[in-house]
Design a protein around this ligand. Structure first.
Ligand SMILES: [Zn+2]
Length: 306
């Protein structure tokens, strides 16, 4: 069960910050002036300020301090090349408790994503297994989502070239770190990725989650509710997965993040996905927040035996 991967690949993930505008679905706007680090805390300020400026990436004339987003060689997301994945005997990922589901949580539209956090910051839901460091537990920091403006795109990772309409990220940090920011510097962050697949009819298991998102369609709004709306995740976290080491997909794109992408897709109805498409970002822009895939650069991607 012990793997070299466990020992050296911890990471964080985050999705890329994009504030799109009509006409350029991926990179088109400037960074919001506030709340930029809202998903994951406030890591290295110098590194992050310039982060992944969507405008800078596509405007060579604009001065832009380089970050890992520009220069990194182990970036995320990637296309999971299923044909070349090596298989390893990982255990399944598991929740060690029901804290996440039995506590009060907050849904937030921070103009970057829909971000879900526990209201009581002293509560620490724990996860273990998979490619996470053996014998260690990881704390859930937040859950957030990536989506697009069309049903045919919105995920960050792709699987053998296949795109999905949405991807959820559960951001974890190793319990030997004080908090997420501490873990970011120690490279003790990991991200669990769940892919959503479109279906014609609504998925009843997502009703509560989607209903909560309808409460935060307006920019910079929050809604407090029960963690029961996330219980559906229990049906997917134990599924088979792909794993590799990459980066945050925004916020400086720091590398050394351990990624786990589950193989079991979460069905989402068309009318449910529309609710995410209706989330409004800064300046009344339609929000979308996915980063395009990055090169493998000789990295190994492993998959579980199940
Ligand atoms: Zn993300």
């Amino acid at each position: 069960m012990t793997t070299a991967l466990d020992l050296c690949l911890l990471g964080v993930l985050f999705a890329q910050q994009t504030v799109p505008s009509a006409g350029n679905p991926i990179f088109s706007s400037v960074l919001p002036s506030t709340g930029f680090f809202g998903w994951y805390g406030t890591p290295n300020t110098t590194e992050s300020i310039t982060e992944h400026s969507p405008t800078a990436e596509h405007s060579p004339t604009k001065k832009h301090e380089l970050t890992f987003c520009d220069t990194g060689t182990l970036q995320s997301p990637i296309d999971i090349n299923v044909a070349t994945c090596k298989t390893k005997d990982f255990p399944p990922v598991t929740f060690l408790d029901d804290i996440l589901f039995n506590s009060e949580i907050q849904y937030e539209n921070n103009c970057e994503t829909v971000k879900i956090t526990l209201i009581d910051k002293t509560l620490k839901p724990k996860v273990q297994g998979g490619a996470l460091a053996p014998g260690s537990t990881y704390i859930v920091d937040n859950i957030h989502f990536h989506w697009g403006t069309k049903n045919t795109e919105g995920c960050e990772h792709t699987i053998a070239g296949k795109k999905f309409p949405m991807e959820a990220h559960m951001v974890l940090y190793k319990n030997t770190s004080k908090d997420f920011e501490d873990a970011l510097h120690k490279k003790e962050v990991a991200v669990l990725g769940f892919m959503f697949i479109l279906q014609a009819h609504p998925n009843e298991a997502l009703h509560a989650m989607v209903a909560n998102v309808t409460e935060i369609l307006q920019p910079h709004t929050t809604f407090k509710t029960s963690g029961k709306s996330l219980v559906f995740l229990k049906d997917y976290i134990g599924s088979g997965f792909y794993t590799y080491t990459g980066s945050l997909t925004t916020h400086g794109c720091a590398e050394g993040v351990l990624w786990t992408i589950f193989k079991k897709d979460i069905p989402i109805g068309k009318t449910q996905l529309i609710i995410f498409h209706d989330v409004i970002g800064e300046d009344a822009e339609e929000l979308q927040n996915w980063r395009a895939i990055k090169p493998y650069n000789n990295r190994e991607v492993y998959q579980s035996t199940f």
